[in-house]
Write a protein that binds this ligand. Sequence first.
Ligand code: WT7
Length: 635
Amino acid sequence: MAIQKINSLEEYHEQYAKSVQDPESFWAEKAESFKWKQKWDNVLEWDFEGPNIGWFLNGKLNITENCLDRHLETQGDKTAIIWEPNDPNEKEKRITYKELHEEVCRFSNVLKNNGAKKGDRICIYMPMVPELAYAVLACARIGAIHSVVFAGFSATSLADRIIDCTCNILLTADGVFRGSKQVPLKAIADEALEKCPTIEKNIVLKRTGFEVTMKEGRDVWWHDEVAKADLSFDAETMDAEDMLFILYTSGSTGKPKGVVHSCGGYMVYAEYSFRNVFQYKDDDIYWCTADIGWITGHSYIIYGPLLAGATTLMFEGIPTYPDAGRFWDVCDKYKVTLFYTAPTAIRALQSFGDEHVAPYSLDSLRVLGSVGEPINEEAWHWYNDKIGKGNCPIVDTWWQTETGGILISPLAGITKLKPSFATLPLPGVQPLLVDNEGNPIEGNGVEGNLCMKFPWPSMLRTTYGDHERCKQTYFSTYKGLYFTGDGCKRDEDGYYRITGRVDDVINVSGHRLGTAEIESAINEHENVVESAVVGYPHDIKGTGIYAYVISYNKTEDEEAERKQILDTVTKIIGPIAKPDQIQFVSGLPKTRSGKIMRRILRKVAEGEADKLGDTSTLLDPSVVDEIKNGALVNA
Ligand code: WT7
């Protein structure tokens, strides 16, 4: 029987209490609903010092048997994936559970035929097409670890990620359609592969028809391989704690790290959270607009919905192509009932004007979701009024790449909403606010750093190849706790409101970037001595990127140099990391010990140069005046 869904607020409180009193029997009961090849011995073993976290120990399973095989008898002919192409004139695809099962088995054989083995790391760098879902699931079926890299990342970023986890196979496509643009994906991959000797096979999907060069012995065409492959494949037996996937994400220091998720706990939590947050019903048409290159796509386009046997919509394009009504057009076209998107998309579409919403009925919608960053009240109300017509609960879902699934969120139609609040923790989730010294902050009407004091099944297990870094980043700031990096309020009703990152991480259009990572990309420009990056409020992106740059030689043509810097950042990270503002300065405000005082830079970028506070500890206070006078934003 499927995981039981919470049906009332009373039941939520009951379940929550149970999950805290006896987490093991709570989660064991949820896990019973899945298909295990062998039952677990212990539900949970953990310590946050190591950290060592294991769920459903010695349980054996394959997540794809739970996403696919177990649905075949009862709903083999139900649509598993609806695919909407970039171009509205291209024909959509509907893939049933039976067909999806077959495609995944077939591609599992393709991977095997190309030398893939259990435990291998396989990099996936692809457009949002059904084959991307087949590829992800085929990796899971053969027991290989997938590392999906968002197709907007640069060759350098792709290479870094392939090298970090020594992938032996790359799956990519000739190109990507993105709105009116086309991206030559294979050419970018070729550039990356020059630095990646571990890649033995590159399987290339034909999507755009771009001309590509195929390297003899390494590159093969997807369709050729599929044509040769068998249709059946017995899923590999995986231990609950075997790695399912690696997903790279930015932090406050160094290069992006590979967050590792394991098979059993992730599976249980993905379905549990999907069903409960969205209050999923069997005939729902569910659409999450994220890209599978991010955790949202992993958990809530592929795994969560397919585990629940849902119909999940995959969209190849962008919200503004061919016009700013595209999302609403697609909602009407397929009678979408559950719609999940990011605040940045909502703000962007709102800015195009209500005339892009007016032509659509949107009357199939039942639940709206938001993810990736705090949703401001204005966007919340527009979403609620214009899209939901006041009839659809909005679930503001807070979570992270590391948490694997939604941790704090309303349950649609059950939890009383409050705009801009993620509201309450899901059962099994035990948040704790602490002050900067790590002292717990009890009671309501308080604010602090958001931690978790108890494990949940889908939490990260390690950062690939560097467990110490995992420990340092998440488990050392506050002893015995998982630290999220977010600030958070708990109001008089005990409702949680995420206030944003408290570390040097910025959230740009719902994408996480480390300021240090952007700085090191800017510093690659030959005329840059040093740079400092901070975030500032941006109407559409939520946070904009403001860079202060010191040049070796003062340039005559600042615009030309700005453009070169943007190109450098695009080349090293990708277009998402391009600064919105670049201010050339002759020095940065530093303390006597050489630490950049980012507080000052943030204030200037926010247009609050008159509120700098104490600057007396600066090595050279005069740089502050220069920075204030050259500020690109006016207070
Ligand atoms: C960071 C995680 C979770 C999938 C997308 C982003 C911010 C996420 C919310 C929300 C306020 C949010 C946090 C978090 N964030 N959701 N509903 N309200 N902030 O995943 O790239 O791992 O980023 O996004 O700051 O720490 P991510």
